[in-house]
Write a protein that binds this ligand. Sequence first.
Ligand code: RFL
Ligand code: PHB
Length: 402
Amino acid sequence: MRTTVGIIGAGPAGLLLARLLHRTGIDCVVLESRTRAYVERRQRAGMLEQGTVDALRECGAGGRLDAEGMVHHGIELRFEGERHHIDFPGLTGGRTVTIYAQTEIVKDLVALQLADGPTLLFEAEALAVEGPETASPVVRFAHEGNERTLRCDWVVGCDGGHGVARAAFPAGTGRSYAYDHPYSWLGVLADVPPSCEELVYARGTTGFALHSMRSPSVSRLYLQVPNGTDAGDWPDERIWDELAARFEVAGDWRLERGPVTAKSVTPMRSWVHEPMRHGRLLLAGDAAHIVPPTGAKGLNLAVSDVRILARAFAGLHRTGSTELLDRYSRTALERVWQATRFSYDMTRMLHAHPHEDAFERRLQLARLRRITESRSAAAELAANYTGLPLAPRPREAAESRR
Ligand code: RFL
Ligand code: PHB
């Protein structure tokens, strides 16, 4: 097989990139190791920045998103038994966020791709990327019991945190920066209407809890748990009791309980790989960086990477110049590090550290108070949460460094 852009991975990054390239008339092939049913069911993100919504609409995946997505005008911070609303439109000049599950985005993009898009192969596992420094790198992959090759002009690794693309960077050509947070999240999906209208981020006395949602009848909730926790040790009653304790506030708010339909544990990790390109191999999304989900940035970063990348490929297609592709890693990493910083700060501000002392706890409360009492501190949170600009204009970037 031969193509212009070989894409490894049919998560949000790979699928959206394929749509954006297809619209510009650039030929590509997507290889996905799992089945269609598996990728469409994998429970993950839910909170979309405005830029992510716009990108999905632009590529024709806005229909169900506009009909079923829930527009939110802020979030609630809960600590010391108090509730504080952070008003996004008021603090950002009108920006909002949208709740629409990653499972649904993947379903919408897969359907578009199979209807009129370029080739998308499921159960096609990339084994290695060979010759990224040459003019036509090759992806070796296994499909239907055979080993095959995909010869490309460019390869994009959108293969998530455990993919193979990054392994094709020779030793010494890149570097990773990582921090493992000393706690995990137990995520649950429950058949019960959300007990809140907007997302609630709570710093309870025994740790963090988040109340999110998937639809008017399905809630998505998360609890901070120790690393190494087995979800089996958390029967439903224990989950609901702990959530109720962490969300507790003065007044008549109540957490509605219902049947839990899924449970899983996710470690909290901050990790960035630099650069995001080696020769004709580029990385996008979780293949290049992981953030703890407290800032709801992972999916949004995957989308901003591929928007930057799609523009760069369109530039090459139109003018023959690789100038934008040559800048891709630098442009994307500026945004990646801002999201990494924000996600790290939100995580540190809201979780109970296992060895936390009274001093640390006071600092956390001081940070939360600052946000609820200072308009500029709240505006900073709102700007980051709703999404920074895709790429700062060159002059602004230069000025801000002065
Ligand atoms: P994905 O989604 O992991 O997709 C990678 C795809 O590559 C395939 N693959 C291969 N295919 C072929 N050959 C190989 N050798 C392959 N190796 C892997 C995989 O099967 C898969 O289909 O990466 P992508 O596209 O970069 O997307 C990233 C997002 O999935 C991720 O950042 C978000 O889910 C993170 N995240 C959140 N992000 C947000 O923006 N907002 C949120 O509210 C949010 N909440 C979350 C989250 C992640 C969570 N977990 C479970 C980590 C909540 C949680 C609990
Ligand atoms: C989610 O709905 O899954 C979600 C929302 C916000 C976060 C993390 C996860 O910060």
